[in-house]
Design a protein around this ligand. Structure first.
Ligand code: MCA
Ligand code: AMP
Length: 502
């Protein structure tokens, strides 16, 4: 039996989870998650491919719910609590959860409200109260989580993550970051993606350490927690960009960041300008690690290694990384110049895309997973990411968003005749989503939608972070002879009158 969270079984009284002024020790977490796991088992008889949806608000309840699901054989499907109708309908129809876990009182939207519901009640148990025996955990290959991720086209795919991948990645990070039970992690990441949930909640629990979740990101809250007992900070580049700007003006924030044992950025590239700003203000370096929903973590700058700013570091223990050229040949050079696609192999990888054997097959080159990220390797073995193969994948605020799913949502609006979506450079978000719209015209056309209406429409159908921040209205989209939209030409177009920010 591979135990994911040894400290839960050891009855450790050390702090585990804290959200605001609510906290649980490992011992208390065992006392609430154990009985919840039993209830999940009772409500999902027959085991097999049981899945439970989790209404993943940034709360203690979500964390307890995920831990309870992991103590059973059920795979947890975390759901963005701001999810729109179209995306939720897809996820529920694709993953067919037999139960939904939610905090008491949460108002669940239609497809989730229709499922049997189990409220996650977190009453702080007495520290003396002995937790009952925890259930035997399932085998290593058993699915632990199904996390939905965007592709270039079509609706998001469910990435099936086995328990083996979680355990491997978290233990590899223990080594790379000298992550111990004494660390107190601070973060404000959402709990429906790998970064915030697996690294940010399950990571401290596996180490027997603790996490302070801020509920929502602000530079003031980060300063406060790092000035108290926080030792590590995890964030996406947008968060570090905001910290970098504020730290230049705010000596208390700069000092708080300077005290942290480790500042880790991931999910997208942290620009060198922000690295430089942070170092100038705090005297500290931020380290970057590189991962993906399908692969969990692949490489990292090591906490005990040399300064490798501007790179995503070296392969984590047990992970094989190679660069492959356009002809499919592995690149042997470590010259910091030869660009190839990053491919990875190792126990950190997902098992499959749920219900998508075609997509799973297409994602692999032999046993190697094709990441689509383009990089160079330098003489010290560090990888530097230089771009991405697919221009139709956008990284905004650290979220991966497929242009195709936004285009489809826009085309479903009655005022839109044609739509194209691009990602444009943005100092705060990394990339901002820009929509190029040909409105419906003619005698039967209704009023032309404005930028705000289209942004609201996408937020309502998909999720708020997928909404276009700028909308350009055009008379026609540039297309080649085959009718394919020429996105490069769009960018070259001087935005005509009618562009609007949402
Ligand atoms: C604005 N809002 C709207 C609308 N306009 N809501 C509905 N309809 C609208 N038209 C709301 C938003 O919901 C939000 O509410 C608030 O206004 C501000 O929204 P937004 O501008 O999007 O937020 P932001 O301030 O730009 O957020 C920046 C952020 C966020 C905090 C950095 O992007 C974020 O949390 N990113 C983390 C992404 C992440 O975890 N990625 C990991 C995946 P409210 O403020 O109430 O929410 S990648 C991964 O896991 C891999 C493995 C890896 O490598 O890590
Ligand atoms: P996701 O599929 O949402 O898990 O996002 C994975 C993608 O995020 C990767 O394929 C990379 O393009 C990007 N990514 C993650 N970490 C980094 C990093 N440190 N630097 C650059 N890109 C990153």
């Amino acid at each position: 039996m591979n135990v994911l969270f040894p400290a839960l079984r050891d009855g450790s009284p050390a702090p585990a989870l804290r959200f605001g002024d609510r906290a649980l020790s490992h011992h208390q977490l065992a006392a609430v998650a154990g009985p919840l796991a039993e209830r999940i088992d009772e409500l999902t008889p027959g085991s097999g491919a049981t899945r439970v949806a989790i209404w993943a608000t940034p709360t203690l309840e979500t964390s307890v719910g995920v831990v309870a699901a992991l103590l059973t054989g059920a795979a947890a499907v975390p759901i963005n609590p701001k999810i729109g109708e179209r995306e939720l309908a897809h996820i529920v129809a694709d993953s067919l959860p037999s139960l939904v876990l939610a905090e008491p009182g949460a108002d669940l939207p239609g497809p989730l409200a229709a499922l049997p519901r189990l409220d996650v009640e977190v009453v702080e148990p007495d520290e003396q109260q002995l937790p009952g025996p925890l259930p035997l955990e399932p085998g290593d290959e058993s699915p632990a989580l199904i996390v939905y991720t965007s592709g270039t086209t079509g609706p998001p795919k469910g990435v099936v993550l086995p328990r083996r991948a979680l355990a491997h990645t978290l233990d590899a990070l223990e080594d790379a970051w000298q992550w111990t039970a004494d660390d107190v992690l601070v973060h404000a990441l959402p709990l429906f993606h790998v970064h915030g949930l697996i690294l940010g909640i399950l990571g401290p629990l596996r180490r027997g350490g603790s996490v302070h979740h801020l509920g929502r990101f602000s530079t003031e809250a980060v300063a406060q927690e790092l000035s108290a007992d926080g030792t590590m900070l995890f964030g996406v580049p947008t968060m570090y960009h905001r910290l970098a700007l504020d730290a230049g003006e705010n000596a208390d924030l700069a000092e708080a960041l300077g005290r942290a044992r480790l500042l880790v950025s991931g999910s997208a590239a942290l620009p060198l300008t922000d690295h430089a700003r942070l170092t100038a203000a705090t005297g500290r370096r931020v380290i970057e690690r590189y991962g993906m929903t399908e692969t969990l973590m692949n490489t990292s700058v090591r906490a005990d290694g040399p300064d490798s700013t501007g790179t995503v570091g070296v392969p984590l223990p047990g992970v094989y990384v190679r660069l492959v050229d356009d002809a499919g040949q592995a690149i042997e050079e470590s010259d910091g110049e030869t660009v190839g696609e990053i491919q990875v192999r190792g126990p950190n990888l997902f098992s499959e895309y749920l219900n998508r054997p075609d997509a799973t097959d297409a994602a692999f080159d032999g046993g190697w997973f094709r990441t689509g990220d383009m990089a160079v390797r330098d003489a010290t073995g560090n990888y530097r990411i230089v771009g991405r193969k697919a221009t139709d994948l956008i990284k905004s605020g650290g979220y991966k968003i497929g242009a195709g799913e936004i285009e489809n949502a826009l085309l479903a609006h009655p005022g839109v005749a044609e739509a194209a979506v691009t990602g444009e450079p943005d100092e705060d978000l990394g990339e901002r989503i820009v929509a190029w719209i040909v409105p419906v015209t003619g005698p039967d056309a209704g009023p032309r939608p404005d930028a705000q209406e289209l942004a609201d429409h996408v937020a309502h159908q998909l999720a708020p972070h997928k909404r276009p921040r700028t909308v350009h209205f055009l008379e026609a989209l540039p297309r080649n002879d085959m009718g394919k939209i020429l996105k490069r030409d769009l960018r070259a177009t001087t935005p005509p009158a009618g562009a609007g920010d949402a």
